[in-house]
Design a protein around this ligand. Sequence first.
Ligand SMILES: Cc1cc2nc3c(=O)[nH]c(=O)nc-3n(C[C@H](O)[C@H](O)[C@H](O)COP(=O)(O)O)c2cc1C
Length: 345
Amino acid sequence: MNLYHPVTIGSLSLNGNLFLAPVAGYSDRAFRAICVEQGAGFTSTELISAESVIRNRPDREPAGPAATLLRRADNERHYAIQLFGAYPERIYEAAVLLAPWKPDAVDINSGCPVPKVTKTGSGSALMKNPDNLGRVVEAAVKASREYLGNVPVTIKMRSGWDSSSINYVECARIAVEAGAVMVSLHPRTRAQGYSGKSDWSHIADLVSRLAVPVTGSGDLYAPEDAEKMLSETGCAAVMFARGAMGNPFIFSTTRSLLIDGSYTPTDMKTRLAAGFRQLELLAADIGERSACLEMRKQFCAYTKGPKKVTEVSVTYLHGGGALRNVLVHAETIEEYRAILGKYLL
Ligand SMILES: Cc1cc2nc3c(=O)[nH]c(=O)nc-3n(C[C@H](O)[C@H](O)[C@H](O)COP(=O)(O)O)c2cc1C
């Protein structure tokens, strides 16, 4: 089979198998809109706390900050809302409140390594208690069946808490028994954070053991990485995370590589133009000032070069370091235009 193909997740049929990963602070609806334009087949909100959904009641006026996080982008056909929490009854309560947003799937975060999250027993700490992980999934499935039109419930996890407790197989099996219809695996442990190399053999292993689709995540910085992960592990889909930051074109270039065997690297002008579109979409959502502050790190990503010496999927700016020192002070769209305008000509 061609490496680029449709994927079925429970009752959900997706045209393509190149997904955008949930990335806190980056995968907002403005960025997701740009990724969908470039061919992302499935997208996800960043992780959202079940407690904040329950506390803020984003379904009531005036809409609180959680409402912006939860909203679908205008062109987003298929998106998941990702929840985190450790208590099944709170996950149920929060998932019920998602109904007004009509998500196409609810994803349970079982991978976040950040202490603020793990100390509450959620994120990757769910993997320390697989039975509870199963109850959390079950609660989301029940809420979905009763209030969300039975949309698929999925889970995203790591390899385990640390190297002495690699338990992704046990956790994934329990999640599937509880009703999860897709498992996304980022094969690093919580202890590794985002450093070192992800161990793709865990993805291949999980694919061989599960009947539901497995999505692979980890170290996908270029189209060639996605091609390699799909062919080496047999995973149904891949999820771009850091490789998509500042390069939403990774979806279109990867699709070209998988279908035609080659692609044209994205030039800096095209990337920066996408950055400005993202800034404008974000400003429409949260106002110009907040959008400009948020976009500082994103524009830094847009101006950065390849993460690997061999990567040819993008062109980059010489002297980008000095440029970024200026960029991180921009406060208005006009200031961004003054700093970057010459690269857009
Ligand atoms: C800044 C940052 C924020 C992230 N936020 C989330 C999140 O909200 N939910 C989640 O499941 N994973 C999150 N991740 C993990 C990514 O989705 C992905 O699994 C991980 O970065 C590995 O892929 P990569 O090596 O290609 O970046 C985050 C990663 C980074 C770097």
